[in-house]
Design a protein around this ligand. Sequence first.
Ligand SMILES: O=C(CO)[C@@H](O)[C@H](O)COP(=O)(O)O
Ligand SMILES: [Fe+2]
Length: 234
Amino acid sequence: MFQPVKIAPSILSADFMNLQRDIEAIQAGGAGYVHVDVMDGHFVPNLTMGVPVVKQLKKITDMPLDVHLMISNPLEQLPWFLEAGADIVTVHAEAAAGYQLERAVEMIHAAGAKAAASVKPHTPVEVLAPVMAQLDMVLIMSVEPGFSGQSYIEGSERKVARTVELARAVGAAPLIEVDGGIGVKTAPLVAAAGADVLVCGSAVCGADDSAAAIAQVTQAAEAARAAALASKEA
Ligand SMILES: O=C(CO)[C@@H](O)[C@H](O)COP(=O)(O)O
Ligand SMILES: [Fe+2]
């Protein structure tokens, strides 16, 4: 359950005119992944980036690309993102119902990438039960997907804890990623509940010094995680 917490800065909050500079800064600051928010203007109201950006990112960084697909009909576009070099691909349960989610996981694994599934704040994590044992990562949304800079939805940490239980019940231990409104104040809540990967948009890529922000969030998360572990052992 408790592995070292990693930060996945979301480039949605980066300076797109200086993307390479911003990516070098987060890499130097110790980021674990580059979080790429793909939005299609249909599954979510916002329209962001797609396959060409993933292809270019692959050329400028060796950090794993954590591609968060907020798109309708993900099965159609999955092969393109995999071909472009996505290392971890997250598909939303709300966009890939039933067998489609299983198929997505198979396609991602067949391409040699890591498979993740996500649920929006109002979707119970239990919908992921049929694929839980196959998942490399579960992404818990702590805001409604669509925009960076929103406030963390209170109580999302309970869903993180529930995900840990659900995974354990089937003998699985996927990484648990949390996305939305994560910064120094909220990172401790989700880290104590079992989160392994924290997506930070405005708190890191939107900060003047992204490396310092990564260090602060990591420190806050690790301290909370250590305290949670100690209280369990006591
Ligand atoms: O997927 C999303 C939003 O839909 C996120 O990855 C945000 O882009 C994170 O931004 P902050 O909430 O951390 O500012
Ligand atoms: Fe995201």
